[in-house]
Design a protein around this ligand. Sequence first.
Ligand code: MLT
Ligand code: MN
Ligand code: ZN
Length: 302
Amino acid sequence: MSRLRLLVLGSAAGGGSPQWNCRCDVCALAWASDPRISPRTQSSIALTADGESFALINAAPEILAQIRANPPLHPQGGKRTSPIRAVLLTNGDVDHVAGLLSLREGQPFVLHATPQIHDVLGANGIFGVLNPEVVERRTLGFDVPVDLVPGLETTIFPVPGKPALYLESADMVIGGEGESTIGVEFRANGRRIVHVPGAARVSDGLRDRLDGADVILFDGTLWRDDEMIRAGVGQKTGRRMGHMPISGEDGSISALAGLRIGRRVFIHINNTNPVLVDGSPERREAEDAGWEIAHDGMEILV
Ligand code: MLT
Ligand code: MN
Ligand code: ZN
């Protein structure tokens, strides 16, 4: 029986690392090609349960480079073909949807999302390049398992979050649970992986969902809530962006301590986050707490 295989295509948050216009301390190391930090593209993973058909979770702006860098995703066995048979979106953020525009060219796959995220795409004519006669748009319901690709049982669930930056409104709720931000649970061969690339907080329901997983991939956007302000690159806190910090009493390391989880991996990591730097005090603190830091090209087999 083949194993559940997960490829990290992109491990950075919106902007990637280094970000095109940033010279924060962490980006400056990356621009200098310092060996302590490797460049990262924006958040996306691929999974297969049969070794042949892959589902992408999110479509990052760098999707073409990500496919080229991952031979299992190359077309094989025909003139117009792809092992990518499904794409699922966890929110409507640019880092998660812009890559859809590069998946045109008449290749059939199924695009899965909540009704709200399908509406966001539907309201934006440019996504019409994915001809609905070729790319089927399928609506997912919470807690209704579907096989995204053969053998990959997939269940979505709401996660505390917020609408995408370009859809923010004066009356939006940050940290609400709805269709705008979701997590994804994968089951195959008796194993379970839970993927939550964005979370504003850990609700009781989310804790229960993560407990007992073989692997979790979790929102690693910021080390501390005021990181972007302290780095001198912005005015927003992490919480305002819908991302809880990793560190501190109200951070994710603390919120998920004590759960029975096989491997804990931070993903969707912002370019300002010092955890990106090998050997930094923050990296050591995360590792000492049992966490791994995702990098592009990371492969997880369970
Ligand atoms: C986020 O995760 O907060 C967004 O990707 C921000 C953005 O759109 O750059
Ligand atoms: Mn994002
Ligand atoms: Zn930066």
